[in-house]
Ligand binder design. Structure first.
Ligand code: SF4
Length: 341
């Protein structure tokens, strides 16, 4: 069971001080009511919960590297790596281990404490490529970084092998609410996703699971997604909140960008519903101003992806992020790992 509590020493106007419990028995109506709270109250409440559970100045920097790009058999409507769409992304082979370890070292030198590796696979196969990924996990972990991978669906045995290799977290996003899911992806089901999340959890690996807004979903679909996440037997340790980066050639190429207020609402609701999670301000950050990003941090985001690319789409540059940290008085979070070689 998810557990924990903290007392808020700041309260919403008219509210008595109260204890915030980490709960996984939220109702859909409760999450909807949080999501639709007037924005100023919502941000204040989320900021208060954030401060009760985290150092609000500490923001984790993660770097994401695509270790196997393109040619994916899945048909996720937002993804330029799907083989179903003509997006100009070529199918490449798995990167060699030395290239990946060098990229991890550079990321660490740039202040990153978590290194995430993504492969455009439908699922993990027990083959030499998986053995190579296990080796990458071992080597990056030995550098003292937290290591995360996203490799598609995996079974319990594969999850255990990743755990034994030293994996910190497995990313597997639910993307959107269950009712809307089949409008975006037809090659797998929501149940498949939940099954992989269960296998990851059983193996003792931290879960990184969130979604994307701006796919054409309604506010109810967003509430649905957060409700599913915050009623899992244990909350994901990390919840990425992405804004769609519409890529030409994908079915969602015409989608209009989401407003920052929608990102803030999503981040704040996730923060309140899952107080202990790292809430990651992920894709879409590149088109946000510094002031907009500051709002997201205030609303409870405490992690970002740094580095030029987010898999195949562009991201903010290291130097700009450094300046932003200085200006806002943010500090990079130390990795949870202690082994440094
Ligand atoms: S999001 Fe992942 S699973 Fe879906 S098409 Fe892209 S690479 Fe494949």
């Amino acid at each position: 069971m998810t557990s924990g509590s903290a007392t808020l020493n700041t309260t919403i106007y008219g509210e008595a001080p109260h204890t915030v419990l980490v709960r996984n028995d939220w109702t859909q109506a409760e999450i909807a009511s949080i999501y639709h709270t007037p924005l100023m109250d919502l941000m204040y409440r989320a900021a208060s919960v954030h401060r009760a559970f985290h150092n609000p100045l500490a923001v984790q920097q993660c770097t994401l590297l695509s270790i196997k790009t393109g040619g994916c058999p899945e048909d996720c409507g937002y993804c330029p790596q799907s083989a179903h769409y003509e997006t100009g992304v070529q199918s490449e082979k798995l990167l060699n281990t030395d290239t990946v370890v060098t990229a991890a070292r550079l990321a660490r030198e740039g202040g990153s404490t978590r290194f995430c590796m993504g492969a455009a696979w439908r699922d993990v196969k027990d083959n030499a490529q998986f053995d190579q990924v296990l080796d990458m996990v071992k080597q990056v972990g030995a550098m003292g970084m937290e290591v995360c991978v996203t490799l598609g669906m995996l079974n319990q045995d594969q999850a255990h092998r990743l755990k034994d290799a030293g994996l910190t977290a497995y990313n597997h996003n639910l993307d959107t609410g269950e009712q809307f899911y089949d409008k975006i992806i037809s090659t797998r089901t929501y149940k498949d996703r939940l099954e992989t999340l269960k296998n990851v959890r059983i193996a003792g690996i931290n879960v990184c699971c969130g979604g994307i807004i701006g796919l054409g979903e309604t506010a109810e679909d967003r509430v649905d997604l957060i409700h599913t996440l915050c009623t899992l037997p244990e909350h994901p340790e990390s919840v990425p909140v992405n804004a769609l980066v519409a890529v030409k050639g994908t079915p969602l190429e015409e989608q209009q960008p989401v407003e920052v207020w929608q990102m803030v609402r999503m981040i704040a609701t996730a923060r309140i519903a899952m107080p202990k999670a790292m809430v990651r301000l992920s894709a879409g950050r590149v088109s946000m101003s510094l002031a907009e990003q500051a709002l997201c941090f205030f609303a409870g985001a405490n992690s970002i992806f740094t580095g030029e690319k987010l898999l195949t789409t562009s991201n903010c540059d290291f130097d700009e992020d450094k300046q932003m940290f200085e200006l806002l008085g943010l500090e990079p979070l130390e990795p949870l790992r202690t082994v440094v070689v």
